[in-house]
Design a binder for this molecule. Structure first.
Ligand SMILES: Cc1ncc(COP(=O)(O)O)c(C=O)c1O
Length: 327
């Protein structure tokens, strides 16, 4: 069972840092009733050079894309939002944390038309360890193919990371957990592989790496994009293509990728063992490179790390807390 929030620290709301306990919105806010919010999930890591956000620019750009798809105009610019994230990390004295910016339709009226409602913004941070457990990173997880499909094209846009899409994710996750699995893998409405409830999917067969394309109702993950780059750095052949369900059963290796799960091997699907049931060599190589980058152990050749306290001595911003264990 996940640990509850400690209930302390500061949350950024529409330009002010407020105490966690006071970060409330009215029950009549549009987002609560109609899922009219878009959000991001990024991570800040504790590296030898100090705290570093992983690809925060890509996450914030996706947030603005999500808002655009939903005809929302955030009341602040990219630069202002970026500064607000950094200020919130410093105000909370975090060394490492999960970053959750949220742009949502607030309090005005409750017609389905969201336009009269203000577009509000909040940024919350918390210490979020390994999403599926430390053991999962090494030994992998057991998953099932969900009986729920991802949204069909031209229904709920999956390129937007919107609160509404997570109703579908919750159904996938609850079904999996209720039946003793760690996760579910959803198909798209044509029956092709799509993604997990909150993570993208990769398969390996005969030394070729496969992942479903953006047309398979996936969220285009930042980790997915990073893994594609890392795989190419290693010289692996990578294919983004529509994949039939049964590829899961005959894959040599399978793994999830995402900000929350990072890179987590899949050891079985529908009780069919994937490969030899252990983390495969390609999964391990990519996982190792990913963790080396995020933990600052190798040169950041892609420019993915953004240091929070660069130019500022850490003592002036506190000793820090929430440091994640080094892997
Ligand atoms: C549905 C879904 N797919 C994929 C991902 C992975 O995206 P990212 O790597 O940007 O975290 C997430 C995580 O946010 C997600 O919720």
């Amino acid at each position: 069972m996940a640990a509850p929030f400690p209930g302390t620290g500061k949350i950024w709301m529409n330009g002010s840092l407020v105490d966690w306990a006071d970060a409330n919105i009215h029950i009549a806010s549009h987002v609560i009733h109609y899922g009219s919010g878009v959000f991001e999930g990024a991570r800040c890591y504790d590296t030898p050079r100090g705290s570093a956000c992983f690809r925060l620019d890509a996450h914030l750009n996706r947030l603005f894309d999500s808002a655009k798809i939903y005809r929302m105009e955030p009341q602040l610019s990219y630069a202002e939002l970026h500064k607000a994230v950094m200020d919130t990390i410093k105000a909370n004295d975090f060394k490492a944390c999960y970053i959750r910016p949220l742009v949502y339709r607030g309090y005005h009226t409750l017609g389905v038309n969201p336009f009269p409602c203000p577009v509000d913004t909040a940024i919350m941070l918390w210490d979020w360890g390994t999403y599926l457990g430390q053991d999962a990173l090494t030994n992998g997880v057991d998953v099932r193919v969900s009986s729920w499909s991802r949204a069909a094209p031209n229904t709920f846009p999956t390129l937007a990371k919107t609160s509404a899409n997570y109703a579908n994710s919750s159904l996938i996750k609850m079904e999996a957990v209720a039946e003793g699995y760690s996760e579910g893998i959803a198909l798209d409405t044509l029956g092709y592989l799509s993604e997990g409830s909150g993570q993208n999917l990769f398969l390996v067969r005969n030394n070729v790496i496969y992942t479903p394309p953006v047309t398979a109702s996936i969220l285009p993950g930042i980790t997915r994009d990073s893994v594609l780059a890392i795989a190419r750095d290693h010289g692996f052949t990578v294919r983004e293509e529509m994949l039939p369900r049964e590829m899961l059963y005959i894959a040599d290796e399978a793994f999830f990728v995402g900000t929350a799960v990072e890179i987590t091997p899949i050891k079985s699907v529908d009780k069919i063992t994937v490969g030899n049931g252990r983390r495969g060599p390609i999964t391990e190589a990519i996982q190792q490179s990913f963790f080396d980058i995020i933990n600052g152990r190798v040169p950041d050749k892609h420019g993915w790390l953004e240091y929070v306290y660069d130019g500022e001595p850490r003592e002036t911003v506190g000793a820090g807390k929430g440091a994640r264990a080094q892997r």
